[in-house]
Design a protein around this ligand. Structure first.
Ligand code: IMP
Length: 429
């Protein structure tokens, strides 16, 4: 079987964990290919147990599935070990986890810098999760990063950290008036993490190539989403990695020719955490309904998510840049009880109506949504399992999303549970 990419088509939190879960035992490997513990998946198992995962791929909860942290991820080892221990305490084994030796580490100076830089930016801040993601990726690209494999070589770890802190401590102390970080203490702390993580550290790109050669199914699971991509998103209000489909190859070592399906996940509405433009954002009782019924609070930071109507311009863009073959529309049930459910089909930018993402950030900041007004529905849809069982207006809403997005809708989520879905086309044959 070839590799499959699963990614967010909006600004994150679309419910990707649920889709991984839906694919379940038919997938042998689930690979995280970018991001770090800025992500948050909530997975609800059939027995009702709820798991919030930040760094581990959601496949860790599927029996027999091998979870992989790819080279494109930035790993905070303290957080990873806490997550492993937390799962163990609830009887979930992570023994088969693989961590790429080439993944970069989030170090204490990355966390410290993320927070002080945000404070320093004031009203221009990105609204990061404060987990050190941006500074860790910055160091990776600047070639002063420290990688997972360095945990296995105390001499190299010390040498690389000394080099990094020579500059970072100057910045922390002289620019931001913070305390310097002690090299010896960090080396000791990280070597202890290395000892515990050593059994998991692997050449994951080789493992994945062999798995594909054996005919196994590899799911490449993105964190964050298309509009948070550092290249294709609403820069600078983005994360520092590539959640888009191209990033799946770079962050895992799986080549594009082995991928034949790209599943994009979009909520039936839109949410965004942090700062940045969001044309369909709602500030009225409809927004309050979505926030409350959809429980739109961040899994990682607990921040209230900004809520708005479905944006088909964004969806079409995501379909285009990722080559999405299947759309999964989640949380349709959240819209039940609203009188109208408008879909944004274009933007008015400085007097001109456009139906694609504007070329410049300035234009996107000026974009005003052009809505197509659709009637809502009142029924409880959580028991619907086929398109025909949906109330007419809900069905029409899904069909319209498919038409304006340009990719077939394969699954519609109608509740948080694993099987609360309307399946239009099976995701795997
Ligand atoms: P960072 O990834 O912590 O650097 O944050 C950069 C931007 O990405 C901020 O707007 C965050 O709120 C957003 N972000 C990061 N991770 C997630 C996520 O998992 N869901 C939604 N937004 C996220």
């Amino acid at each position: 079987m070839p590799a499959i990419v699963l990614l967010g088509a909006q600004w994150g939190d679309e419910g990707k964990g649920k889709v991984t879960d839906l694919l379940g035992e038919r997938v042998q490997y689930v690979v995280r290919y970018q991001g770090g513990n800025n992500a948050g998946h909530t997975v609800v198992l059939p027995d009702g147990r709820k798991f919030a995962l930040h760094l581990l791929p959601s496949g860790v909860l599927t029996p027999g599935c091998i979870p992989v942290i790819g080279n494109g991820v930035v790993v905070d080892p303290k957080v990873l070990l806490a997550e492993i221990d937390g799962l163990a305490a609830r009887g979930v084994s992570t023994d088969n986890l693989m961590i790429s030796a080439d993944a970069h580490l989030i170090m204490p100076h990355h966390r410290a810098l993320d927070r002080v830089v945000e404070r320093y930016l004031g009203s221009a801040r990105i609204g990061t999760t404060g987990r050190g993601i941006g500074p860790a990726y910055g160091d990776k690209v600047a070639r002063v990063g420290i990688r997972v494999q360095d945990l296995l070589d105390p001499g190299i770890l010390r040498q690389k950290l000394e080099l990094a802190l020579r500059e970072k401590n100057q910045t922390l102390v002289k620019v931001y008036n913070r305390k310097a970080i002690d090299v010896a203490a960090v080396v000791e702390e990280y070597l202890a993490y290395g000892e515990r993580l050593a059994p998991y550290i692997k050449d994951t790109r080789l493992e994945l190539a062999r798995a594909l050669d054996r005919g196994e199914t590899v799911l490449l699971e993105g964190a964050q989403a298309t509009l948070l991509d550092v290249d294709h998103g609403t820069y600078p209000f983005v994360t520092s990695s590539n959640p888009t489909a191209g990033g799946a190859c770079v962050g895992s070592g799986v080549p594009p020719t082995r991928i034949n399906q790209v599943i994009g996940v979009a909520k039936a509405y839109t949410t965004r955490v942090g700062a940045g433009p969001f044309p369909t954002e709602l500030f009225d009782e409809n927004g309050a309904h979505i926030s409350k019924v959809g429980a739109e609070f961040g899994t990682t930071t607990g921040r209230a998510r900004r809520c708005g109507w479905f944006d088909a311009v964004v969806a079409r863009y995501a379909v285009r840049v990722n080559g999405i073959t299947d759309l999964v529309v989640t949380k349709l049930d959240v819209l039940s009880g609203l009188e109208r459910v408008p879909i944004c089909v274009g933007y008015e930018v400085d007097g001109t109506v456009v139906d694609e993402m504007p070329m410049t950030q300035t234009a996107f900041h000026h974009a005003k949504p052009v809505y197509e007004d659709l009637p809502g529905w009142w029924e409880d849809i959580s028991k619907c399992r086929t398109l025909d069982e949906l109330p007419d207006n809900a069905r029409r809403y899904v069909e319209r999303i498919e038409e304006v997005s340009g990719a077939r809708v394969s699954v519609v989520g109608v509740g948080p549970g694993r099987d609360e879905n309307v399946i239009l086309h099976p995701l795997l044959p």
